[in-house]
Design a protein around this ligand. Structure first.
Ligand SMILES: *[C@@H]1O[C@H](CO)[C@@H](O)[C@H](O)[C@H]1NC(C)=O
Ligand SMILES: *[C@@H]1O[C@H](CO)[C@@H](O)[C@H](O)[C@H]1NC(C)=O
Ligand SMILES: *[C@@H]1O[C@H](CO)[C@@H](O)[C@H](O)[C@H]1NC(C)=O
Ligand SMILES: *[C@@H]1O[C@H](CO)[C@@H](O)[C@H](O)[C@H]1NC(C)=O
Ligand SMILES: [Cu+2]
Length: 162
């Protein structure tokens, strides 16, 4: 019973995320079909994408908005997180994966998995390959969730199949 209710919720959430991605894809098509055509020709080449573009990974940038405008992402694509190490910044960052949509909404780090610590964003940055067909919920875990909650350092990604 409990697991039935849970899987129903999970399905609704997955559909919700996918519909967001579909809207993003449609918006791209209308504004920039040339680019989409180019991308279609190269559909099987995995991309390497710097999260936030030239903004990199920092407090106060809306990464959900960035992900909507820069998606969709595909299986095999690599996300690169660039951020200064603690010896060169007063506000270090990190990268966590949140386990589900509710923890993403609330920036609840209790069951989160740290995938990059404060030192791993330096140099070439921290690289994460989207290997699985599942929703990913990325967040900065610093200051007990403050960067995620109040600094909008979080975004969802549902990688698509080619
Ligand atoms: C960030 O962007 C998303 C998508 O455009 C929007 O829904 C959300 O309200 C924005 N968040 C903030 C805090 O402005
Ligand atoms: C910070 O540490 C890294 C690696 O330990 C080093 O390459 C870099 O020069 C240091 N930066 C500063 C400003 O000390
Ligand atoms: C340290 O930060 C400054 C700007 O704040 C930047 O110009 C410099 O490249 C950084 N150095 C390292 C080693 O990250
Ligand atoms: C941080 O955001 C939460 C809600 O997301 C809000 O209740 C709180 O007042 C904010 N704190 C600061 C210091 O902005
Ligand atoms: Cu942060």
């Amino acid at each position: 019973m409990g697991s039935l209710v849970f899987s129903g919720k999970a399905l609704v959430l997955i559909l919700f995320i996918m519909s967001i991605l579909a809207i993003g894809a449609m918006a791209n098509k209308e504004s920039n079909w040339n680019y989409d055509w180019y991308r279609h020709q190269n559909a099987n080449q995995p991309k390497k994408v710097v999260v936030g573009g030239s903004e990199n990974w920092h407090f106060g940038f809306n990464y959900t908005d960035w992900a909507l405008k820069n998606g969709p992402f595909y299986l095999g694509d690599t996300l690169v997180f660039n951020y200064d190490p603690p010896n060169n910044t007063t506000f270090p960052h990190s990268v966590y994966l949140l386990p589900n949509y509710w923890s993403f909404l609330k920036c609840d780090l209790r069951w989160a998995r740290k995938i990059a610590d404060v030192n791993q964003g330096g140099g070439q940055g921290f690289e994460f390959v989207l290997r699985r067909w599942q929703p990913y919920y990325f967040a900065c875990g610093e200051s007990a969730g403050f960067h995620c909650r109040n600094g909008t350092m979080k975004f969802p990604v549902m990688p698509l199949m080619h």
